[in-house]
Ligand binder design. Structure first.
Ligand code: ATP
Ligand code: MG
Length: 571
């Protein structure tokens, strides 16, 4: 490819709406253009990156036993009615009607359609396991589309679905995909972690998110400094914190005027926050009240709360009147005296508090000397882990302190179990001739988000620094002055040699000033630049510049190609 023919309009200035560096750089490097909120066109350079990412994914899916298919984007609503997700998916689903008024959606994911595909023809255990995948546009009407390709409304996803005869088989498929994902992100040259994840509304049990480490990431990850444990903050398990033993004092009410925050309460009573038990009141999307009690120095993990309320998908802060109707007093709430039948969730660390303080469900009054083991009605409460992890919390596996980092969820693997097969009647006959639901897994990779994540992880003030495997071109041969025929001819010859050696090469033959061209090369981020100027023509000296390190190497015509190949091996 010649840059003189390449449609790659670069910009010197950053578009105002691009909030994060990957979005800014993709825009400036002429890789994407916006159509509407959360919708983008890929220009030739951006599309080359996408194609390379897809190719790596395809190779590893095939190597792991996956077979590529292509399902329609448009999906009949009836399939989603069968699984129960037509209602559950909510506003994120793009819904349309056909001319007969029948419901359809633009696929946000394909569990329903693939289950429908196999339920008629996968009849016997002898046909299992099966793994089918596609690479295709998905549609989600995100509440806040933002950050360019990171959270868009139309985006490319690889989605694979596995079918097995039993839970062990499902976990073998899961492990194959886990390993394939590790290879994919390693081959792409990305620093990542496979973190234990909450499986959310999609259902099922076991799940990992493949997370590319970068500050712009929306995922908070807790990881152990000693062992392999890593988990999203939503999922990170926490053991109850122990506190030093004390003799229990008699329960007592105290006047605490105006102390409706933990800080004011601690100041008023001169106690540390870990002696207090605070309340957070939620209502679910089904209007059920949920009161969560947690130590004053801890934070509630809403995902863990949601997982304890059957059928609930979302939480909102509870209305004060609803709290009062259940016997609570906003700002002075405690578990003692709450109406029976209300969801009262108590974090396990609370149960280890001795002589603590909690609200008395009366304005300006608290209880002191609260000993939850003694004072709480344990039949009326649910004690479990409802806490959000923080830096320094002990690892649930080995007890070493955990650290927090940010990452971008680029892919996710789920062991689904029989959620969809059971709901949709996708069964097979096992060795004993008994009808059983298929054991499924689903495995997604966001292709565009992976591209954005790679840029977030690897860039500098001049532009993108691509890992070789997914760079739009591996090498750019830049002719310093393309108006000079001898330089251009020399550049053409070098370009052809690189191509003949199998390198993915661009010839920058534009009749622009050298400074402009070099700036573009840095902005677009080709891993190596081979510069052809007067020195090449006159002395046969070729300059190679490594984008990542800035290192410049001078070579003879005879040596340069081997050097280029050697350098690429390291990038
Ligand atoms: P998120 O929690 O970020 O909304 P998700 O968990 O809903 O994502 P999955 O259903 O697991 O997403 O989809 C598989 C992959 O598709 C994700 O790991 C991510 O890389 C990608 N993806 C999901 N939503 C978007 C989006 N709106 N824009 C771009 N990529 C997306
Ligand atoms: Mg996900």
């Amino acid at each position: 490819m010649r840059a003189s023919n390449l449609y790659a309009p670069t910009l010197r200035n950053t578009p105002a709406e691009a909030e994060i560096v990957s979005h800014q750089l993709m825009y400036r490097a002429g890789m994407i253009r916006k159509v509407a909120g959360g919708m983008y066109t890929f220009l030739p350079l951006g599309w080359r990156v996408i194609r390379k990412i897809e190719q790596i994914i395809r190779e590893e899916m095939d190597a792991a036993g996956g077979q590529e298919v292509m399902m329609p984007i448009l999906q009949p609503g009836e399939l989603w009615q069968e699984s129960g997700r037509w209602a559950a998916y909510g506003a994120e689903m793009m819904r349309i009607k056909d001319r007969h008024g029948r419901d359809f959606c633009l696929g946000p994911t394909h569990e329903e359609m693939i289950t429908d595909l196999v339920r008629d023809e996968l009849h016997s255990y002898k046909q299992l396991p099966v793994m089918l995948y596609q690479i295709q546009d998905k549609f989600r009407d995100e509440r806040r589309p933002r950050f360019g390709l990171m959270r868009s409304r139309e985006f490319i996803m690889k989605d694979l679905y596995s079918f097995d005869k039993d839970p062990d088989g499902m976990m073998v498929s899961y492990q194959k995909m886990y390993d394939a994902y590790s290879k994919i992100y390693t081959r792409m040259g990305l620093t990542f972690r496979a973190v234990e994840a909450d499986s959310g509304a999609i259902g099922g049990g076991h799940s990992h998110e493949f997370t590319v480490l970068a500050d712009a990431g929306e995922s908070n990850i807790a990881y152990c400094t000693q062992c392999e444990y890593a988990a999203s903050d939503e999922k990170a398990e926490l053991k109850p914190e122990a506190t030093a033993d004390e003799a229990a004092q008699p329960l007592e009410k105290v006047a605490t005027p105006g102390t409706n925050t933990i800080e004011s309460l601690c100041n008023f009573l001169h106690i540390p926050a870990d002696k207090t038990i605070k309340a957070v009141a939620y209502e679910t999307d089904q209007d059920e009240l949920v009161l969560v009690f947690i130590r004053g120095d801890h934070d509630v993990n809403e995902t863990k709360v949601l997982n304890h309320v059957e059928g609930a998908l979302e939480l909102r802060m509870a209305d004060e009147d609803v709290i009062r109707a259940a016997g609570g007093c906003p700002g002075f709430m405690g578990p003692i005296g709450i109406q029976k039948g209300t969801h009262v969730f108590v974090d396990a660390s609370v149960m280890n508090v001795h002589n603590g303080v909690t609200g008395a469900n009366e304005k300006d009054v608290h209880y002191k000397n609260v000993n939850p083991q003694r004072d709480f009605d344990t039949d009326a409460i649910v004690v479990d882990d409802f806490r959000m992890v923080k830096e320094g919390d002990p690892c649930p596996h080995c007890g070493a302190p955990m650290k927090m980092t940010r990452g971008i969820e680029a892919g996710q693997v789920f062991a689904l179990g029989t959620k969809y097969s059971a709901a949709m009647g996708a069964t097979f006959l096992n060795e004993q001739g008994k009808e059983q639901p298929l054991w499924m897994g689903c495995y997604g990779i966001g292709v565009g988000r992976t591209m954005a994540a790679a840029i977030e992880q690897s860039n500098d003030k001049d532009g993108i620094v691509w890992p070789r495997a997914i760079a739009p071109f591996e090498v750019v041969v830049a002719v310093v002055n393309a108006k000079k025929d001898d330089q251009l001819a020399y550049g053409e010859a070098v370009y052809k040699e690189c191509q003949a050696a199998g390198l993915d090469t661009l010839l920058d033959d534009r009749k622009e000033r050298a400074g402009v061209k070099f700036k573009d090369c840095d902005l677009i981020g080709y891993p190596l630049r081979v510069t052809i100027g007067p020195k090449a023509v006159e002395e046969g000296t070729i300059e190679i510049k490594v984008r990542k390190t800035g290192e410049v190497i001078m070579c003879s015509r005879a040596e340069y190609l081997a050097k280029v190949q050697e350098l690429l091996e390291t990038l």
